[in-house]
Write a protein that binds this ligand. Structure first.
Ligand SMILES: [Zn+2]
Length: 160
């Protein structure tokens, strides 16, 4: 009677040595949800007490409380994209619902929804950018990994 290799492996029962352990070792704990929440509240994702923004959308270079570096964040245009994605759905949904309940000419809707759109965008941009920086910090993206963030060279090699 021959033993199936799969059964043999199960009977052995031991996990393979050297299995990668996510987040193992003596690393600082960086829970994703807490980091995003702290960033959205304009707090340092690392310590939660220092401020994350020095101006409306200017992230501090270093946390005033714990010294964590934030100058190498790469939020870029993701916050703006997320604001457009979320507010676009809310505003279009709100416009369509109110138009069903209270049919009004186009200029009336424009007069109502355009200012709401501008104000809501300006109010949500900072918390969303803070959340993006918190997310990048938690996932050790870019410079938050502790290594220099190098731009990969793509395309044909130059110089020949
Ligand atoms: Zn801090």
């Amino acid at each position: 009677m021959t033993l199936n290799p799969l059964d043999a492996a199960q009977a052995n029962g031991k996990p393979t040595e050297g299995t990668a352990q996510y987040g193992g070792g003596a690393q600082v704990d960086r829970p994703l949800g807490r980091s995003i929440k702290r960033g959205m509240l304009n707090n340092c994702p690392a310590c939660g007490s220092g401020k994350l923004f020095r101006k409306y959308l200017k992230v501090v270079d270093n946390c005033a409380a714990c010294g964590e570096a934030y100058h190498h964040h790469r939020a870029d245009d993701l916050p703006a994209y997320l604001v457009i994605l979320v507010l676009g759905h809310v505003l279009v949904g709100g416009f369509m619902l109110t138009d069903l309940a209270f049919p009004a000419p186009g200029w009336v809707h424009f007069a109502i929804w355009a200012p709401i759109g501008v104000i809501a965008s300006l109010l949500s941009l900072q918390p969303i950018k803070g959340g993006v920086v918190g997310l990048q910090w938690a996932l050790k993206m870019h410079g938050f990994s502790g290594r220099e963030d190098e731009v990969e060279e793509i395309g044909p090699a130059h110089g020949d």
